[in-house]
Design a protein around this ligand. Structure first.
Ligand code: SF4
Length: 368
């Protein structure tokens, strides 16, 4: 099993309302890695051909959160599929996630801070070879920054060991694709950092947050992401996850949230409304910008009317919703939970999950 029971070093639970943050556009494990990314363990769809045949649209928590945050951002990422250059913070998040994923391949007794630190360099090599854009961040004058950057990744790993003891855990899965097709034909999919399942069948979803952005600014996004995962697991396994855990490695804090079936059913209806809004926007080719403090992290300011830019012509043809069921993920290459790019507070559109961040949250502390 996996459910860790109050490992030493786990900080006291804080107010749940202050813990449900998303420190980035992440979502999908802000999950923002494409399904073909080398970090992903399970890259192929888990759906049958019959299930896929029923799909009329597809959403990941990241893309759904993009639309909620700023429809134009959704368009640029999902429809135009414009490239985004990863930041060093995002790439550090990718590296730390890779090490934590790898750490659990070791026998429990060998999962030590020193072992994790020793993985940094080889994991970086692997990622840099797979994603040359990451390596390019440290060329030229920036090469001198590499050692300090790698050391900062080590500090995040130290933070991990402050909030969990991996020697006491045996995850059921890591970097795992979860997906479902709802009765409406909407396919929900996302990658979870870690799944823990107790001998009694209790499920815990764990998401690592590596960013240092102001947490309160992104609470709504984190809660949305976790509910999304919980809904998919509930619909696929028939069990409401007992706990959704956010691990803030920089702050060295853990936040547990406990969903219930009623709120997940409500969330499912709200996702349907969100998808309908996306379909309407796509049909009308209207994705207005929505300015927020998250614009500071947006890669598309130069083509955003809010900043004096002009959007490119709308791509054609545009399929309804434009996140085709069979299409690969459109997530940026680096983890965007490492740095905010979207997810403004108060950015919930009509029809989106409008529950205030943290509302109803039950911080279970180290219980699982
Ligand atoms: S700069 Fe802001 S308003 Fe413009 S596309 Fe990006 S997130 Fe949207």
């Amino acid at each position: 099993m996996t459910v860790d029971t109050s490992p030493a070093g786990v900080p006291s639970p804080r107010d749940a309302g202050a813990r449900s943050e998303a420190d980035g556009p992440g979502g999908e494990g802000s999950g923002e890695l494409g399904s073909q990314h080398p970090l992903r363990r399970h890259r192929s769809s888990t759906l049958s051909a019959a299930e896929l045949a029923d799909v009329r649209g597809s959403l990941s928590p990241s893309r759904a959160a993009d639309f909620k945050t700023c429809p134009l951002l959704y368009r640029y990422r999902t429809i135009d599929r414009l490239p985004e250059i990863p930041s060093t913070d995002q790439v550090r998040g990718t590296l730390v996630h890779a090490v934590l994923e790898k750490l659990y391949e070791l026998p429990a007794a060998q999962r030590t801070p020193a072992a994790a630190t020793a993985m940094l360099q080889p994991e970086w090599q692997r990622l840099a070879e797979a994603e040359p854009a990451m390596a390019e961040l440290f060329t030229g004058d920036a090469a001198a920054d590499f050692d300090g950057w790698l050391a900062s990744a080590g500090e995040l790993l130290d933070g991990y060991f402050m909030v969990e003891d991996p020697q006491r855990l045996e995850p059921a899965d890591r970097e795992s694709l979860i997906e479902v097709v709802l009765d409406t034909g909407l396919r929900l999919r996302g990658f979870v950092d870690r799944l823990d399942v107790s001998p009694a069948g209790d499920i815990r979803v764990v998401d690592y947050k590596t960013g240092g952005s102001p947490r309160e600014a992104f609470e709504a996004r984190a809660l949305f992401q976790l509910k999304f995962y919980a809904l998919v697991l509930w619909r696929t396994r028939g069990v409401v996850p007992r706990s959704l855990r956010l691990l803030y490695l920089k702050d060295r804090e853990a936040c547990d949230y406990s969903p219930d079936a009623d709120e997940l059913a409500r969330f499912e209806r709200n996702l349907g409304a969100l998808w309908a809004a996306i379909e309407r926007a796509t049909a009308a080719k209207e994705f207005p910008p929505k300015r927020s403090r998250l614009c500071d992290w947006c890669s598309h300011q130069s083509r955003c009317p809010e900043f004096g830019g002009t959007p490119p012509p709308f791509p054609a043809p545009a399929e309804p919703g434009t996140e085709p069921a069979a299409a690969p993920d459109t997530e940026p290459a680096a983890r965007s939970d490492a740095e905010p790019a979207a997810g403004a507070p108060g950015s919930e559109p009509a029809g989106a999950d409008a529950e205030p961040a943290g509302a109803g949250a039950a911080d279970l502390g180290g219980a699982g």
